[in-house]
Ligand binder design. Structure first.
Ligand code: GTP
Ligand code: MG
Length: 198
C-alpha cells in the first residue's frame, strides 16, 4: 500500500472524545516503550508524526492519525508501566479497555511485543483478554534489529508455543524494526487487505 498522506488529527482523553467520521481504524497497543509510536512513524515514513521517547509513558492520550484521507491509525498509551502511580496506571487501563470495547469503528488492534523478551505475563494476559472480548488483533514483534535471526526465531517459537496452549489458531504475526523498516510492507499489505474486506 502506498502512503500518500498521513496527518495527526486529534488527541482524546477517552473514547467519547474520538472522531466520529466512522473511518475504519487500526490501533497500536503494548507495554510502555515497546515502540508503538516509532512503528507508526516507520509505517508512515515520517519520523516526527507520533512523539517517541526513551522514557516510558510518553503517549498518554488516544491519538488519531488520518491516512490517505480514508482510514485512521491510533497511537495508544502503553499498559503496565510500573513507574507511574497505581492510580494513574488504573486510569490508563480504563481508558484503553473502554476504547477497545466501545469504539465501534475499531477494525483491528496491533499488539506490540518486544522481540528480545520471553513471553511476558502481562502481554499474554492482554492477548487473552482481547480473545475473550472478541477484540480482533494481530501481533507485531518490535525491535528485531536488536537481535540475531537465530535469537528472533527462538523467541518467536517460545511465543507461538505459549499461545498454542490457549489458541487453536494463531493470530497473524509480524516481525518489525523501526530502525531498519523491516516488516513495513508486510504490515501495510495486511492493513490494505483488511480494508478491502470491509
Ligand atoms: P510509550 O508511548 O511511552 O508507551 O512508548 P512507545 O511504545 O510509543 O515507544 P516509542 O516508540 O516511544 O519507543 C521507545 C524507545 O524505543 C525509543 O527510544 C525508540 O527509539 C526505541 N525504539 C522503538 N522501536 C525501535 C526499533 O525498532 N529498534 C530500536 N533499536 N529501537 C527502537
Ligand atoms: Mg508512544
Amino acid at each position: 500500500m502506498k502512503i500518500k498522506t498521513a496527518e495527526f488529527l486529534i488527541s482524546s482523553a477517552d473514547y467519547k472524545g474520538c472522531p466520529e467520521t466512522g473511518f475504519p481504524e487500526f490501533a497500536f497497543i503494548g507495554r510502555s516503550n515497546v515502540g508503538k509510536s516509532s512503528l507508526i512513524n516507520m509505517l508512515m515514513g515520517n519520523k516526527s508524526l507520533a512523539k517517541t521517547s526513551g522514557t516510558p509513558g510518553k503517549t498518554q492520550l488516544i491519538n488519531h492519525f488520518i491516512v490517505n484521507e480514508k482510514w485512521f491509525l491510533v497511537d495508544l498509551p502503553g499498559y503496565g508501566y510500573a513507574k507511574v502511580s497505581k492510580n494513574q496506571r488504573e486510569k490508563w487501563q480504563k481508558i484503553i479497555s473502554n476504547y477497545l470495547l466501545k469504539r465501534s469503528s475499531l477494525t483491528l488492534v496491533f499488539v506490540l511485543l518486544d522481540s528480545r523478551l520471553d513471553p511476558q505475563k502481562i502481554d499474554l494476559e492482554f492477548i487473552n483478554w482481547c480473545g475473550e472480548n472478541q477484540v480482533p488483533f494481530a501481533m507485531v514483534f518490535t525491535k528485531i534489529d536488536k537481535l540475531s535471526c537465530t535469537e528472533l526465531n527462538r523467541n518467536l517459537a517460545k511465543y507461538k508455543k505459549q499461545l498454542s496452549k490457549t489458541w487453536e489458531e494463531l493470530p497473524p504475526l509480524f516481525a518489525t524494526s523501526s530502525t531498519t523498516a523491516s516488516g513495513k510492507e508486510q504490515v501495510l499489505n495486511y492493513i490494505s487487505m483488511v480494508l478491502t474486506q470491509l
